[in-house]
Structure formats: structure tokens, C-alpha cells
Write a new protein. Structure first.
Ligand code: F6P
Length: 504
């Protein structure tokens, strides 16, 4: 049986499969990729123009070709302020002006009990993940405000938040790149109504409302004061926007220095991604290992399992990053692609072991896994060392079991093995390493896009459903039970509307 070791003949060898960047170790030993296969992968990466792509990405070239603009989220974490030019204009003065405003706001907020952050997709996942993850950092300096994230149009989420928040000491941040997203604008209106219901005056409401957007006129039209609007720009994709003022909650809750640490971790990975040769480049190696498994084993899914409860939101953030960026059937030139993003899923280990690991070990699909582990425990409980040892031993054991499998006479007890995985080991989990981790995966997504020749920075596939929802909503609002199939509504949906509208 072939096993997923770099040197399959020797189970006891320690293959040279580790790579380090920014003190983060990537171990690809269980990918089952031989040295010769790695060489071929790097040849392929060069032939696909990955090196030129990386240079173009950081140089502000219009790599988002369908929307004719750059993807320069890296400028948002360019703490050294090295000039970054878009069409001849340095964007860094505008970026650092926003940093100054964020810092000033952190120092200004007093007596705030609740923050309601309203946004969805890329305007939600990044800050939500960071707020959750950093809350686990032992001894982190937190202002202790209740941070509420309101994304869903489902009023259940709204009601739950409003039941907990204190209206007169609440601040509201409306986060939307476009400021046209229905969920966000309707939820923002609902929260303003709630403030009014609690007798907040027009002046109080205006003082409570903040916006983060690339559409300043729309935020103003909504009633947000000009100096409460934090801009970001069309060259920042929504799912890449946590580094902008979209990450404001991080600074407000944990302080501007912590926000800067978060940016610094990402900047460190960017510098590595930009400068390291492909053979030592972590995002590139991670991308190539996934490509290898696609080409060799036709894998359809990929799991990211952080063995850190703090990172439970990480797979959800990653799903949007990977699948919205690279879940496409055509390449940059409109031609069909052979490969694009696999389905991405995951959740914190060891919980995940008690859920879908059965399938990972014995199911018919091979699903490559990224195990993410943190060397230091994230608690100062007396039990922390012992528990953390068990957490890590589970992580290592799962990877080994998946790689080697196990023979048995009873077919039920057979583990086929040959199931590839990476191990990503962070020295600790704080704002710096969280920033680094997210930037690693952002740069992996960009590299995969380059390898597949996909534009990773647009998302045309999210539009059609929104268009169809409009006539359906109108039909639901009509209460009619005799809707017929039409150009906009087919027979199945018409029947469903009639059923929903019937009072029975
Ligand atoms: O789901 C589509 C999408 O456009 C995402 O790309 C984006 O993160 C989200 O909606 C929210 O968009 P906005 O920030 O413009 O409200």
C-alpha cells in the first residue's frame, strides 16, 4: 500500500517537508507528493505565470480583469507605507488617513455598552472571526463592549440582538462596500427604528450611526454624518476587506495597537509571498498541494480543521474567500476551466472528529485537509497544558491515521488511508498570527486563481438569485394564490408561492 509520506518506503523517516514563514510552519509530509512531483509542480507554477501574477498583484495591475481594477487589499496592511500606485496615484496617504481616524475614534468612545455591526458576507465574516478569536487570547486588553454582528435578513437575529442591547449606549456600524445590499440596508433601518422606539432623539441617533463603505453618497443619504463615514475603495474586494475600516470593531474592542498587530501579521505574510522563491513560498506550496490532489485524485472537497476553538469561525470565512473567489467554470478569457475551487468546509477540532471525520476516514471521497494547530494553549486555566496536549495529540493522530490507514480482517475496521493533509502550526494565536493566517489563505486563493487562470476577484454568480428574488417577493406580498408560471417565475416556484400564500 502506498502511504502519504514523502518517503513511502520508510515509515520512520522524517521527510524534509517543512517550510517556515513568519514562524508559521507548514508540513506537507502527508501530501504523498514525491520530490520529483514537487519539482514538476513548481515547473507548472512557473509556466502558469505565478511569479509574474504575484508581482502584478502587488504592483496594482488591473488583475481583476472583468471589473478592470486592481486587487490591492495588501495596501491596507502596508504599515511601512511604501508607496502603492494605482494608475499612477499613491493610495497610501488615503489608507493612512483612515488609520488615523480609526485610532482617533478608539480614543473617543466612552460609555458605550453595545456595538451593532451590520453587514453581510465579506462585511461580516472577517471582523466577526477576529472579534471571536481574539476574545480567547489570555489577558487581551478588551474594552468589554458587547459586540453584536447582524447579518441575516431573518429578524430572529435582529430580535436576539435588540433584546440584549441598551439603546441609549449603543453604537451602530453599517458596513457595506456597495451600500445597496438589501439585508444590510433593511437591518440598518430596523435598528434605527428600534432606537426611535426607545426615544433616542434625531441627534442621538446621528451620533450613534457610523458607516464603512465605498459608496459615501449612499451612506450620507441614509443619514450617516460625513465624519462618521469611513471610506474604502473599489480596489478592495468585499471578502478581502477586513484590513480596511471594515475591521473597525477589532480596533474599538481591543485597541488600535492590536488592530495594527493584526495588519502587521498579514503584511509579514505578504512580504514573504512577494519575495520568497516558489519552492519556499507557503501560499504557493499550499496551493500546489491542492492542485496536485485535484489532478491526481479528482478531489471535489477540501476541509480546514483548526484545532483551536478560537478559530471556529475561520472555515466560514474561508468558504467565502475560496468559493466566492474561485468557484467558477470559466477562466479569465471566458473559456471552460478544468479545475476550480473544491467545496470548502470545516469546523474546530476536536469537535469536528465527533461529526464528519467518519466520512474523512472511511467515506468514498478523498478530501484533503488542512490541520491548523497552535503550539501554545489559549487559556491560563490550571488544566490548560494537559488539555492542550490532548488537543494536539488528537490533531497529529488524525493526520497519521488518515495518511496510513489500517488493515483489518473485519472490513468495518479497515481504514483505506492515503488521505492527504497539511499541518499548519502557529506558534501562538494572537492578533499578529491571526492576521498572518488569513493572509496566508488569501494569498493561497490568489495563487490557485493564477494556476487555474481564474479571476479570483469578481463574483458574478451571486447576482442572478438576487434578481429573481424581486418578482417572487412581489408575488408573496400580493397574497395571491393563483400565481401562474411566467418568464420570471417558473411553475415549481409559482406553486410554492401559492402554497405559502394560502392561509391553510
Ligand atoms: O454575496 C455577494 C457580496 O457582494 C459579497 O461579495 C460581499 O462580501 C457581500 O455581498 C456584501 O456586500 P456589501 O459589502 O456591498 O454589502
Amino acid at each position: 500500500m502506498q502511504t502519504y509520506l514523502a518517503h513511502p518506503t520508510n515509515r520512520n523517516s522524517t521527510p524534509n517537508s517543512t517550510h517556515t514563514a513568519v514562524d508559521i510552519v507548514l508540513d506537507t509530509a502527508y501530501q504523498g507528493i514525491s520530490d520529483r512531483q514537487w519539482q514538476k509542480l513548481f515547473i507548472k507554477a512557473r509556466a502558469s505565470g505565478v511569479e509574474q501574477f504575484i508581482a502584478d498583484l502587488f504592483a496594482g495591475k488591473h488583475i481583476n480583469n472583468s471589473e478592470d481594477r486592481p486587487a490591492l487589499h495588501s495596501a491596507l496592511r502596508n504599515l511601512t507605507k511604501t508607496p502603492v500606485f494605482i494608475d499612477g496615484k499613491d493610495v497610501m496617504p488615503a489608507v493612512s488617513a483612515v488609520w488615523q481616524r480609526i485610532e482617533a475614534l478608539c480614543n473617543k468612545w466612552v460609555g458605550v455598552t453595545d456595538v451593532i455591526h451590520i453587514g453581510i458576507g465579506g462585511s461580516d465574516f472577517g471582523p466577526r472571526l477576529a472579534i471571536e478569536a481574539l476574545a480567547y487570547v489570555p489577558g487581551i486588553d478588551s474594552r468589554g463592549m458587547r459586540m453584536h454582528f447582524l447579518a441575516n435578513i431573518d429578524t430572529a437575529e435582529l430580535a436576539r440582538i435588540l433584546a440584549r442591547a441598551q439603546p441609549h449606549s449603543t453604537r451602530v456600524i453599517i458596513v457595506s462596500k456597495s451600500f445597496t445590499t438589501l439585508e444590510t440596508t433593511m437591518n440598518a433601518t430596523a435598528v434605527v427604528n428600534w432606537l426611535k422606539e426607545h426615544n433616542c432623539t434625531t441627534g442621538q441617533i446621528a451620533r450613534s450611526l457610523f458607516a464603512v463603505t465605498a459608496n459615501i453618497p449612499a451612506a450620507q443619504a441614509f443619514g450617516v454624518l460625513e465624519d462618521h463615514i469611513f471610506p474604502f475603495w473599489d480596489w478592495v474586494g468585499g471578502r478581502y476587506s477586513v484590513w480596511s475600516a471594515v475591521g473597525l470593531p477589532i480596533a474599538l474592542q481591543y485597541g488600535f495597537d492590536t488592530f495594527k498587530d493584526f495588519l502587521a501579521g498579514a503584511e509579514a505574510i505578504d512580504l514573504h509571498f512577494k519575495n520568497a522563491p516558489l519552492e519556499e513560498n507557503l501560499p504557493v506550496i499550499m496551493a500546489l498541494s491542492l492542485l496536485f490532489q485535484q489532478e491526481q485524485h479528482k478531489i471535489k472537497a477540501h476541509a480546514a480543521i483548526p484545532y483551536a476553538d478560537a478559530l471556529d469561525w475561520f472555515p466560514k470565512w474561508l468558504q467565502q474567500l475560496d468559493m466566492e473567489s474561485n468557484g467558477k467554470s470559466i477562466d479569465r478569457d471566458g473559456k471552460p476551466v478544468k479545475h476550480s475551487s473544491p467545496v470548502v468546509f470545516g469546523s474546530a477540532g476536536s469537535n469536528a472528529q465527533h461529526s464528519y471525520f467518519q466520512l474523512l476516514h472511511q467515506g468514498t471521497e478523498i478530501i484533503p485537509i488542512d490541520f491548523i494547530a497552535v503550539r501554545e494553549p489559549m487559556s491560563d486555566r490550571p488544566e490548560a497544558i494537559a488539555h492542550h496536549r490532548i488537543l494536539l495529540s488528537n490533531c497529529l493522530a488524525q493526520a497519521q491515521a488518515l495518511a496510513h490507514g489500517r488493515d483489518a480482517t473485519n472490513p468495518n475496521d479497515v481504514y483505506p488511508g492515503n488521505r492527504p493533509s497539511n499541518l499548519l502550526l502557529l506558534p501562538k494565536l494572537n492578533a499578529f498570527y491571526l492576521g498572518a493566517l488569513l493572509a496566508l489563505y488569501e494569498n493561497r486563493a490568489a495563487t490557485l486563481g493564477a494556476l487555474w487562470n481564474i479571476n479570483s476577484f469578481d463574483q458574478p454568480g451571486v447576482e442572478y438569485g438576487k434578481i429573481l428574488a424581486k418578482p417572487i417577493e412581489k408575488a408573496l406580498a400580493s397574497d395571491a394564490t393563483n400565481i401562474h408560471a411566467s418568464v420570471e417565475i417558473d411553475a415549481v416556484t409559482a406553486a410554492r408561492i401559492n402554497f405559502l400564500n394560502s392561509k391553510i
